[in-house]
Design a protein around this ligand. Structure first.
Ligand SMILES: *Cc1c(COP(=O)(O)O)cnc(C)c1O
Length: 229
């Protein structure tokens, strides 16, 4: 289907997106925040172009993917068909994918170790592209999870800036699945504030309203928009 014949016949939002939009607006109102202060990242991982196209046609322009290869296969075509798309990498990045990541993504939410900082700094310099960078925190200190431990965060952020010359936009966290997310969001907000960072990537389908109450500026929402994976 071409964008030309698709756009005019989609006057309504796909259901999931409409509900999420409504709930974000409500959470902003409850938190006395401006809706514009929260960016919705529609997480399209595992979904193909046919599932993504109606969401783009409904006006959504910011999308998240967790794998560089999958994003490379899906997005260049969609991006040339629909102008103004921003793509965020929300999953782990390996140093040997930094070149492709800097070329394709407008933001990387998974900066968490020196080797990635070094690879990103090199590519940002050579490609003259500057994706927004979020340092990922492992607030639950879960051994299997990526991210910087809270106790190491200040030193890591300082190293990103001073040693690697990176401009850090904010912090990202994924709370442990079986814990109340609020303390994790609060801790992330606190670490951001003391490091002069204003952007917070936190909140997923199950907990984005709570994240917004704790200051999230970027919510990463997949299943509530696209359905179960
Ligand atoms: C998949 C994913 C999301 C979206 O999760 P949902 O529960 O489907 O909203 C958000 N953040 C990260 C890092 C993810 O990998």
């Amino acid at each position: 289907m071409t964008p030309q014949n698709f756009l005019p016949i989609t006057p309504h939002l796909p259901n999931g997106l409409a509900t999420v939009e409504h709930d974000i607006a409500r959470a902003c109102e409850d938190a006395r925040r401006d809706r514009q202060s929260v960016t919705l990242i529609a997480v399209s991982k595992t979904f193909d172009a046919d599932a993504i196209t109606p969401v783009i046609a409904a006006g959504q322009r910011v999308f998240g993917e967790n794998r560089v290869q999958e994003a490379k296969a899906k997005w260049p075509g969609l991006m040339s068909a629909y102008p103004g798309i921003a793509l965020h990498l929300i999953g782990p990045l390996q140093s040997n994918k930094a070149r492709e990541a800097v070329a394709l993504f407008d933001a990387v939410h998974s900066v968490d170790r020196p080797s990635i900082c070094e690879a990103l700094a090199k590519e940002i310099d050579s490609q003259k592209r500057r994706p927004e960078l979020f340092v990922q925190l492992n607030t639950g200190e879960e051994p299997q999870k990526a991210g910087v431990a809270p106790g190491d965060a200040d030193a890591f952020i300082a190293a990103c800036r001073e040693k690697y010359g990176l401009s850090i936009t904010g912090l990202m966290c994924i709370p442990p699945v079986n814990e109340a997310p609020a303390p994790h969001f609060a801790l992330t907000a606190k670490i951001a504030a003391r490091n002069g960072l204003t952007k917070l990537s936190m909140g997923m389908s199950a907990d984005f309203a709570i994240a917004i109450a704790f200051g999230a500026t970027h919510v990463r929402i997949g299943s509530a928009i696209f359905g179960t994976r």
